[in-house]
Design a binder for this molecule. Sequence first.
Ligand SMILES: [Zn+2]
Length: 136
Amino acid sequence: MAPRPGHRSIRVDGSGKPFLQGYRCGACGAVVPEPTMACRACADRTPPAPFKSPETGRLWTWTVVQRSYPGIAVPFVSAVVDLDGGLTLKGTVVGVEPAQLRQSLPLRLVYDDAGGGTDKDGAPWIGFHFTVAGEA
Ligand SMILES: [Zn+2]
């Protein structure tokens, strides 16, 4: 069964490859994660146009989660990441020591299997996490 997007900004192209989609206002450039009838920033009535978002960005803020639900390994880093195209996503940063974290750290989005879960029909979910992209 074909994997399904597990986040509102994830889309799947015709070949089954996931990508991120945002919506940008043509009048003011504001970016939102879902389609809207008008711009929330400037009230322009032309619906913001879809665009394919870059999968690179910078760490805005984060917290180290020390306690979670049973079965969820801790500690992990939960972060808010500003993507280069204007979208802002919350996700987990993998493969980094908390002491390495700093604001504006370059990160890269990596698609994953959303923890191995499936929907009610058995289709796997497409999720994502972030890794350190290296210094820019
Ligand atoms: Zn606008």
